[in-house]
Design a protein around this ligand. Structure first.
Ligand SMILES: C[S@@+](CC[C@H](N)C(=O)[O-])C[C@H]1O[C@@H](n2cnc3c(N)ncnc32)[C@H](O)[C@@H]1O
Length: 246
């Protein structure tokens, strides 16, 4: 990743903006790339089934069943916004006994993650190129996921783009639905103000237990993402949060 930049300012909590974002999310709006179920052009980059690449609008019923089996056969972890896959490819290789699903909407990145799956010969990682917010509830069985990783998500500073921000009370509903009791929502960011915003939303959500720093131990050996590596090199602090599903 070459164009990594330092963030700007602090993400402020704006209750009115939050309310608007949440309403849009509940209405299924603000998805990047639009409604995944209404994609009209076939994406020729999606490799032929049974490749572990999932695209909601193109997957055959057999591929839906294949993914579902994969998500039920072993403990599952999900990454939303995997970028170039630096974290998830390494993490999946370290944990052959677990199954992983990586969401990433930028095709350039999805291709890289998928190429990594092939190069490393991984049989425990699938990629999905749809907006996670739009499809998670439909493709991931409820109460099954052990960890959701959301690492260094875009803050979407501009007001007109704020609807793309992943976290809202609605998105916490979605994460609560897919996580199993005791499952962890791992959130990491270098954007000042973002952890406090998520802390606040989590505190208001009945399905989550607030941040528990002791859970950091579980991710002690987790590889850094590209953005995290950049932060480390440039002395930019990364804030880490671990919330538990009740
Ligand atoms: C700031 S980048 C961070 C990438 C990586 N996690 C890292 O730390 O280097 C955020 C990534 O999330 C992806 N993304 C944003 N919203 C998404 C969504 N709703 N579903 C799936 N991916 C998303 C973007 O395309 C982008 O690659």
């Amino acid at each position: 990743m070459t164009r990594l930049r330092r963030g700007r300012g602090k993400l402020a909590v704006d209750p009115e903006e939050l309310r608007q974002i949440d309403a849009l999310h509940r209405a299924g709006e603000g998805l990047i790339g639009g409604d995944p179920y209404k994609r009209h052009a076939r994406n020729s980059l999606v490799p032929p089934e049974p490749a572990p690449w999932f695209c909601v609008a193109q997957a055959s019923p057999a591929h839906w069943r294949r993914l579902r089996r994969f998500l039920l056969e072993a403990p599952v972890e999900i990454e939303i916004g995997a970028g170039d896959g630096r974290f998830i490819l390494e993490w999946a290789e370290q944990h052959p006994d677990r199954h992983f699903l990586a969401f990433e909407i930028r095709l350039k990145h999805v291709k890289r993650v998928y190429a990594g799956v092939v190069e490393r010969g991984l049989d425990n990682l699938w990629v999905c190129d749809d907006d996670a917010r739009g499809v998670l509830l439909n493709i991931v069985p409820s109460n099954t996921v052990e960890v959701v990783h959301l690492l260094m998500p875009d803050p979407w500073w501009k007001k007109r783009q704020a609807r793309r921000r992943l976290i809202s009370p609605y998105m916490l509903d979605v994460l609560a639905a897919v996580l199993k009791p005791g499952g962890i929502f791992r959130f990491e960011t270098d954007v000042e103000g973002y952890p406090e915003l998520v802390d606040m939303l989590v505190a208001d959500h009945p399905a989550f237990i607030p941040h528990n720093p002791a859970l950091a131990e579980r991710f002690r050996d987790a590889p850094l993402t590209s953005r995290q590596r950049w932060c480390e090199e440039h002395g930019v602090p990364v804030h880490r949060r671990y919330y538990t599903r009740r």
